[in-house]
Design a protein around this ligand. Structure first.
Ligand code: PMP
Length: 338
């Protein structure tokens, strides 16, 4: 297979099946009015999301990507008090700790169990009177593992009132497991729960930077204290509104990802490469007898970008057939040269 010019950007979990044509048309139209400031606090989008999620529009904050919201949460809940602490899990999304460390706030990463589940006993042991925030990613990046409703409730039940728990659902649209927790449905019962979602993944809008948080009003008010009024540009707001309307694109994405994942899993099994079952648009591979660095560098030299999760594992974004076949071909050449 001679495909060396193909670039497989499999390192950042974008939607490699593209973006909705309806969204692109709406953005094109919005280019006519870029002289004006964006709609403050993205009111139209919040109303559309509220209708979809069954919450009030004033229970939503829109951010310039969910990354901005992670930053605002850490700033608002920990920034005033250098003694405050952030808890999260490892392996998981590193930005939670990066944001804490940027403010010189202590961040503890609690190891997940050997099957990448949240260890509630370990979490209990790490709770302090100074713990302010706990970040949980579901489905988890980079493992693809997930919490069931029961498992998430067990976690939420053990967290005291002085801890705000942030459930980051960046990949929730991809989750097909029927018992995967839906944290938005739990908001009414847990006053200190925040749910984060994004348009960067399944909606295919990573470059326009737009995400949202949903929580009870008292938490929303606190985050609004540190949010800039025009934090989300108008093109992003227009794009997100159009993306919510194009349900067909979302369905197509989820289906193509499922199919692509199944094909990749089948081929990896045949090749003897181990991986973890994933609810996201990515797979975590075991580097086997190789170091993750070696495989990463070999693939990079062949125009395939994957993410090193640690020394033994690599994370790979699901993509179109052509890309995956090329990756499989290159892996085969490395692992089983003929
Ligand atoms: N949460 C998780 C778990 C992620 O993987 C990412 C991006 N990789 C983000 C949040 C941030 O996404 P964005 O800022 O693009 O919304």
């Amino acid at each position: 297979m001679e495909n060396k010019r193909l670039l497989y950007q499999a390192a950042t979990n974008e939607n490699l099946f593209g973006s909705s044509p309806q969204v692109l048309a709406a953005m094109q139209q919005a280019l006519n009015s870029v002289h004006g400031y964006p709609t403050p606090d993205a009111a139209d989008l919040r109303h559309a999301l509220a209708g979809k999620l069954g919450v009030q529009a004033n229970e939503i904050v829109i951010g310039s990507g969910s990354a901005e919201l992670i930053s605002l949460l850490v700033r608002r809940f920990c920034g005033h008090d250098r003694e405050s602490e952030v808890l999260t899990f490892t392996p998981s999304y590193p930005l939670y700790c990066h944001e804490a460390q940027a403010l010189r706030i202590s961040c503890t990463e609690i190891p997940l169990t050997s099957s990448y589940q949240v260890d509630v006993q370990a979490l209990r042991r790490q709770l302090r009177p100074t713990t302010r925030l706990c970040f949980i990613c579901n489905p988890n990046n980079p493992t693809g593992t997930y919490l069931t409703s029961t498992a998430l409730e067990e976690v939420l039940d053990c967290l005291p009132a002085h801890v705000t728990t942030v459930v980051d659902e960046a990949y929730i649209e991809y989750a097909t497991a029927t018992d995967c927790a839906d944290a938005v449905a739990m908001l009414a019962r847990y006053p200190n729960l925040v749910v984060l979602r994004t348009f960067s993944k399944a909606y295919g809008l990573a470059s326009v930077r737009i995400g949202y948080m949903v929580a009870q009003r008292h938490l929303i008010e606190q985050v609004l204290e540190v949010k800039q009024p025009y934090n989300v540009n108008q093109l992003a707001q227009v794009a997100a509104l159009a993306a919510l309307e194009d349900e067909h694109f979302l369905e197509m994405t989820v289906e193509a990802t499922q199919t692509g994942k199944a094909k990749l899993e089948k081929a990896l099994l045949k090749m003897g490469v181990q991986f973890w079952p994933s609810q996201g648009n990515f797979l975590l591979l075991d580097a086997g007898g190789y170091s993750a660095d070696d495989i990463h560098n070999y693939l990079l030299a062949n125009n395939i970008l994957v993410r090193r999760a640690d020394q033994h594992t690599l994370r790979l974004t699901i993509g179109p057939d052509e890309h995956q076949l090329y990756l499989l071909h290159m892996l085969q050449e490395l692992l089983h040269p003929s």
